[in-house]
Structures are given as C-alpha cells and as structure tokens.
Design a protein around this ligand. Structure first.
Ligand SMILES: [Zn+2]
Length: 432
C-alpha cells in the first residue's frame, strides 16, 4: 500500500513532458509539445502534450490523461504500480506497507475530508452565484459592484460567499450526511461552548487548489475590511493543507505563467482578480511576510521570472525588499512593477488593460527599484545613506551566479556613484 502523501508528492513532482519525453520524441509547437502517438499507428504527429495543463491527448485515437495515466497506459499497469514507477523515476522515497486497519481508517477519513472540502467549495460558490436570482442577502450585490467583482472572476477562481449566520455550513454539511467529527477535523467548523461555529462568516471565500486542482484549503477576505492587509484569513489548520507550499491562484496561473514566461506575486487576493480581469491570469496571491522557499519552487516549475507589484507605502516597499532577497537567493529573475500609487488594491481596481500592460513593459530591475525607492524614504525608515547602502548590498551579496553578481556590482556602483572596488570590499566584509 502506498500512502496518500507519496501519491501527492508524485503528482506534484512528475512533469508530463519528462515522463512522456522518455518514450516519445517530442517537438515544441507553441506552448505544447507534439509527437507520434505511442498508442496507435500514425505517420503524422497528432499526439499533444501540454506542460501547463499536465496532460497528454492524442487527436488521432483519443487517448488522454496525466503523467500517471500515461505510465498506466504505456506500461499496461495499474494506478499504484504507476505511482511506484514514477516515485522511483523522481527519487521519491516511500515505505511500502500492508494497510493496517488504523491506516485504512485514516485513509477513509482523509478521503471524507477531501469530499467535504470539495463540497464546501461548491456550496460557498453557489451562494455567491445565486445572489442575483435568489433574493437572499440583497445587501451583498452593491458590495460586489463596489469592488468590481465580476462573474468571470467568480467562475475562474470558484469564489464563494459565507453569510453571517453562525452555523450555516455546519447544518448544511450534517444534513448531507457528513459526520460531525470529520467536519470538525477540516477546521471549517469548530465546537463552541453550546453550539457549532463556522470558521468563515460574512466573508468572500477563495478556495486554494493544489497544482493538480484538488481543493486543499480556503482563504477569505472579511467583507467589512476588504482593502486591509489584515482583513483576510487562511484555513490552515486542516490536515489536507500544506501552508508552506500552497499558493492561492497558482492552479489558475500556471498555464499563463508558462506561456508568458512570468508570474506576478501580489499581496492581496483582490489584486489577483484585477490583474486577471486585465488579461494577466499569471498572478498569484501570497500574504505579506509569508513567501517560502517551497512556494517559490512551486512557481518556478512554470517560470523562473517573477514580477512583484508595489505602491508607495512603506510596508509595500519593505515587503518587496524582503521578497527580492528571498527570490534572489533562490536564483529567480526578479522585476518590480512600481505603480507609484497610494494603494495598489484601489489603483488596480479601476485600471485599464493597456495601462496594466504598460506597467508590465516598464517593470524595473530589482536593483533600480531598491535604489530609487529606499534612498528617498531613508528618514522614515530611521536610516542614513550608509545604512541603505548596506541594506542593498546584502542582497547583492547573495546573488548565486558570480558573473551576474559582477554585473550588479558595476550597475550599483554607477547608480550610487561609488567606485566598484569599494563595493567589492564591502561584499568581502559581508562574507566574513
Ligand atoms: Zn493516438
């Protein structure tokens, strides 16, 4: 028996183009790859592989599936044997064990939790979608209009709505036959002193999907606090959710990130919606202060170039600084869209596609951004020129590639009008 976490790891790691590429000679065609179908005889290639979607499809014989499906069909083996083959191929270690009664119980609980998470996504989503027709909760409609939340956004991100009544979700779940203990184990509902409390109340709900599209958690924005950086919460205390790794929007952003060779990271879920409505589906939401190495690895499966977005606020500039430092450490190409707006969420809400495209075209190299934004706010940061210089050189010092580092030293020297030798000697000091 193979446990679910091994299966998840295989699904997350196996790349369709690599798995198929070992058996079929693939040529690039646009964003897809094309080859001769291994499942039927053909002279002109109709077998297509989509790295963005993680699937293959033959337009000749109709065979289709993901990496696991490909191995199953090609080697004529069952699902678990295909997982074993791919785990070996990607050096994923796992233990093979007879499923004990306890393990079987845990697996069933996990599966039941998954059903609840998926069902809850649909439940919240239908509450929001039916707002206009149901006449329930009429107060929400002007609210959606105020924040420019469109049907396209709701559809694309499966956005939902939780109402203020305290145990609405719980009652609905139990009426569907889900057991109390399993419902509570998802953390969507908690046990209060006398009653059950829904975790989300009066909130706009965003399901978080794994790369394969499975619902793993939820993020929400409080309807009374929509534009605040503290107004959202994430359902993280849930065994299906890996908070270090999961990213809101990556499931929807992966195809566009691959196509445009870039992914935007923003710090508010609404900003992601506004970029989406301006033809930038390659954007993901990561709350301030939480960018992790594992999240970066998830994004760089699709592109090694990441663009950050900033407004004039100090918190936004400092968050960019921190993110640049983490991203440079991971060898990512980083650019910044410096909108110079007062509040990025409000600014993006009313923007036209052409303006957004101009911003992206004019995005700045991270070093230019830091020099241009940090020196002018040095007093508010309680710092002097030397302290800002040291702050920037910290990032230059972690550039992994020696040649790239040299280029940045030259550019930094030009921007701050100091000799390169001085910068190199400061870098040596940091290394000590
Ligand atoms: Zn075929």
């Amino acid at each position: 028996m193979i446990d679910q976490s091994t299966i998840d790891k295989v699904i997350d790691t196996a790349k369709i183009e690599e798995v198929v590429g070992e058996e079929v000679d693939l040529r690039k065609r646009g964003v897809n790859l094309l080859g001769l179908c291994p499942f039927h005889n053909e002279k002109t290639p109709s077998f297509t592989v989509s790295p963005a979607k993680g699937i293959f499809k033959c337009f000749g014989c109709g065979e289709a599936g993901d990496s696991i499906g490909f191995v199953m069909k090609f080697q004529r083996i069952n699902f678990f044997d295909a997982i074993r083959v791919l785990a070996k191929r990607y050096h994923i270690e796992y233990e093979e064990e007879e499923e004990s009664p306890e393990a079987a119980l845990r697996r069933k609980e996990r599966e039941a939790r998954q059903v609840i998470l998926t069902w809850t996504q649909g439940y919240y989503n239908s509450l929001l979608k039916n707002l206009k027709t149901s006449n329930n909760h009429p107060g929400f409609i002007p609210f959606l209009q105020k924040w420019n939340i469109t049907e396209d956004m709701i559809e694309n991100y499966h956005i939902g709505l939780s109402i203020s009544k305290g145990d609405n979700l719980y009652k609905t779940l139990t009426s569907k036959g889900f057991k109390k203990e399993i419902i509570v184990s998802t953390s969507l509902v908690s046990e209060g002193e006398n009653e059950m409390d829904d975790f989300f109340r009066n909130e706009l709900i965003f399901p978080i999907h794994s790369i394969a599209g499975r619902v793993s958690g939820f993020c929400s924005i409080n309807l009374n606090n929509m534009d605040s950086q503290e107004g959202f919460k994430i359902l993280s205390d849930n065994p299906s959710f890996q908070s270090e790794k999961e990213i809101l929007g990556l499931f929807q952003a992966k195809g566009d990130s691959l196509k445009k060779k870039c992914c935007h990271i923003i710090s508010h879920p609404l900003e992601m919606l506004y970029l989406f409505s301006n033809q930038q589906q390659n954007s993901v939401f990561i709350p301030q202060g939480t960018l992790s190495n594992k999240q970066i690895k998830q994004i760089t499966r699709f592109t090694n170039s990441i663009t950050l977005w900033s407004d004039k606020s100090m918190s936004s500039v400092l968050e960019c600084y921190n993110r640049i430092s983490i991203l440079i450490h991971e060898g990512v190409n980083v650019k910044i869209v410096d909108t110079q707006s007062e509040n990025l969420t409000h600014y993006l809400k009313d923007q036209r596609t052409s303006i957004i495209e101009d911003h992206i075209t004019n995005s700045k190299d991270w070093l230019h951004f830091l020099v241009e934004t940090l020196y002018p706010i040095k007093e508010s940061l309680g710092m002097d020129n030397t302290a800002i210089f040291n702050k920037i050189i910290q990032i230059v010092s972690i550039i992994p590639d020696a040649i790239v580092k040299g280029v940045y030293v030259t550019e930094f020297s030009r921007l701050v009008n100091l000799p390169e030798e001085l910068i190199w000697s400061e870098l040596k000091n940091i290394g000590k």
